[in-house]
Write a protein that binds this ligand. Structure first.
Ligand code: NFS
Length: 671
């Protein structure tokens, strides 16, 4: 069969990406886009039907009723594969949190040159949640105790990890009843590996119960602590103006692209890039200075705090090198393609690895150490500046968009009520009245198996038309940013009338950028506060909200999806399910698939589903939101009731009786 011809426009919805893909084609260079189209995914492994847990296999269960050499059934194999993926995702996020905790400890003990406690209010708030004394104590004393407490969560063997107390009480009780509260972060990850070793846990439901416990060690553990500490050390995000896409690279400056996840390195590179000594060094090399730009979640970390531009999301890492204008790509951990080194050899770009955990053959390794961070950051930037002279012909796409990121949970609280009346009340009221139909969190990666950014932005646009408030993180947020959806005024004419009123009144974009992927815990905190504020049920599963990862690809995404489900959310992933089996060949292969949807919904009120069709994804989101609204006794969503904000509406309301006013505003019948 002849291979289907793929056009550049089918690879990416982003015009900057399209320009770079044309350049790659002209230069005869392959990228993840072309490699994905040349290599079909393995449909046996992809559907979770391959077991390679021991040396008797790998066993491929492709026939009805087939079992592995040890007798393992398809359900056991799929559950084991899923548990391992979730454990890897939880390990990645949580290990990031561990390093942050070590940095906090070092800062508290004056052993981390160049780092400071920037947000003392958040430090005090977080510490007081864990009954750490704050009155009359210095920030460093408090930070030292908090760091000790957080570090202890990793090695704890019994009991419950501390941050669990931040979930709604009803949810904690449910978790306790089902025995899924993590005892210690490392313990759950290790146990996931133990249980999935040959000859261990073989009951799919029992295995998946541990997947839940491991994911909670991420969402309400490692990731949540990572977010807390990043805010304490680098500041809790508030709206700033930023820019996104490859057009942020500059022809007359030394371009340093920071790619990866941990803000400890990127924040220090920001500081070093503004250091007079470094600027002088760049001038001497004939450049106007050092231009820093981010890729992936590191981009989000420095974008939402300092407004440092984002060069792009996951699939932009190779494309940025293809501009020929990047002197150094500095990477730490996670989502870094090995292809970068081979690609960089075709240009002058230096790939610099910095983490003791990640080395890539052919890359330059300059190891980062938080105790000596500023000096190392300067050394890295000087290596990039030295490389400026080697730059050849460049082609920087003149494509970039402005955006306003930085909507932390704390800022949302503030923006709705101001400094004196900070509250979630207005948001709850807007949802209760139907002005906002519900909330969707659209998160996760790019995946070259689908057109880059298209699913993210199509789903976002369609839900906005339906008065659904959208919050975003990770590479999904950068997708929306690049296509101009994260600016206050942009596209408000295409937003539903009720949501538009709220956005205009509060002065916010209809899509709120909440940070990096570890910051998905901010969404958990927002949902908890919505519950605590009252009027939308007493647990997260009652809130009219849905989580979506339309272009997911990483194991971290599976961990996030699972902790959101366990927290009560309906979570929809795009693309293929890793546990789909081959229903036409294997009769009982739908069991794990059904269990993580219907089974988990019965227990946790949330479910995990994989829906390849984008319109079905949107329809199921809206159906779920409406179902939750109805269960709460809220009025049906009626878009024609709103959209006339401002004085005209106030005058109309003034002439009404109190009962009619209530009916008009909240849909409550006067009787
Ligand atoms: Ni999240 Fe952030 Fe992006 Fe996916 Fe990778 S960067 S941690 S995993 S690709 S969203």
């Amino acid at each position: 069969m002849a291979k289907k011809e793929i056009r550049i426009e089918d690879y990416s919805a982003d015009p900057a990406a399209q320009q770079m893909l044309i350049r790659a084609e002209e230069l005869g260079i392959g990228t993840a886009f072309t490699r994905a189209s040349e290599m079909s995914p393995c449909n046996i492994g992809g559907a979770g039907m391959c077991c390679k847990q021991c040396g008797m296999g790998p066993c491929r269960l492709t026939k009805e009723g087939a079992v592995g050499v040890c007798g393992a059934t398809i359900d056991t194999i799929q559950a084991r594969n899923l548990v391992r993926a979730i454990a890897a995702g939880a390990a990645a996020h949580s290990d990031h949190g561990r390093d942050m905790a070590f940095t906090l400890k070092a800062v508290a003990n004056d052993d981390a040159d160049g780092y400071y406690i920037r947000d003392v209010a958040k430090l005090r708030m977080v510490a007081s949640k864990f009954n750490i004394a704050i009155e009359g104590r210095s920030p460093k004393e408090i930070a030292n105790d908090l760091a000790d407490l957080y570090i202890a969560q990793y090695g704890q063997q019994r009991g419950e990890i501390a941050p669990i107390i931040r979930a709604p009480e009803k949810r904690q009780k449910l978790w306790r009843e089902h025995g899924v509260i993590p005892r210690g972060i490392d313990r759950e990850v290790v146990e996931a590996l133990h249980r999935t070793h040959i000859g261990d846990d073989q009951d799919p439901a029992h295995l998946l119960n541990h997947a839940v416990r491991t994911s909670l060690a991420d969402g309400w553990g490692g990731s949540m602590m990572a977010t807390d500490i990043s805010d304490i050390l680098f500041g809790t995000p508030a709206p700033v103006l930023g820019q996104a896409n490859l057009g942020v690279l500059k022809d007359d400056m030394v371009n340093v692209v920071v790619h990866g996840h941990e803000p400890t390195l990127s924040q220090m590179l920001v500081a070093a890039s503004q250091d007079p000594e470094v600027i002088e060094y760049a001038h001497a090399a004939g450049a106007k200075g050092v231009n820093l730009a981010g890729i992936c979640c590191t981009a989000n970390e420095i974008l939402m705090r300092q407004g440092i531009p984002a060069a792009g999301n996951f699939l932009h890492q190779e494309l940025s090198i293809l501009t020929g204008a990047v002197e150094a790509m500095v990477v730490d951990v996670q989502c870094i393609m090995q292809a970068l080194v081979m690609l960089a050899e075709k240009f002058h770009t230096k790939v610099i690895t910095t983490s003791p955990k990640v080395k890539i053959k052919g890359a330059t390794h300059i190891e980062f150490d938080e105790h000596n961070a500023l000096a190392i950051a300067k050394q890295i930037l000087k290596a990039a500046i030295d490389n400026y002279a080697n730059r050849g012909k460049t082609q920087i796409p003149q494509v970039k968009e402005s955006l306003v990121p930085g909507f932390s949970h704390e800022y949302i609280n503030y923006m709705l009520g101001g400094a004196y009346r900070g509250s979630f009340r207005p948001l709850n009221d807007a949802i209760m009245s139907g002005r906002i139909r519900g909330v969707a969190a659209i998160v996760g990666c790019n995946n070259p198996r689908s057109k880059q950014d298209w699913l993210h932005t199509y789903v976002t646009r369609e839900l906005l038309k339906q008065d659904v408030l959208v919050v975003e993180t990770g590479c999904g947020a950068i997708a929306s940013a690049k296509l101009g959806l994260l600016l206050g005024e942009a596209g408000l004419d295409q937003v539903g009338p009720g949501l538009r009123e709220v956005c205009e009144t509060v002065g916010i974009p209809p899509v709120l950028h909440m940070g990096s992927c570890v910051d998905n815990t901010r969404i958990l905190t927002v949902l908890t506060q919505i519950v605590e504020e009252g009027g939308l049920g007493d647990d997260i599963d009652q809130v009219p909200a849905v989580g979506l990862a339309p272009e997911w690809m990483s194991e971290k995404a599976l961990a996030i999806g699972t902790y959101c489900v366990a927290s009560g959310a309906y979570v929809i992933f795009g693309g293929a399910s890793p546990v789909s089996g081959m229903p036409d060949k294997v009769s009982d292969s739908a069991d794990v698939l059904r269990y993580i949807s219907e089974g988990w919904e019965e227990i946790y009120g949330g479910k995990l589903e994989f829906i390849p069709d984008v319109d079905e994804m949107i329809q199921r989101t809206l159906d779920h939101i409406d179902k939750k609204r109805a269960a709460l006794g809220l009025p049906e969503w009626q878009p024609e009731r709103y959209g006339r904000s401002g004085d005209a509406r106030m005058l109309e309301l003034e002439s009404m009786s109190l009962a009619d006013k209530r009916a008009a505003l909240y849909g409550v019948s006067p009787n």
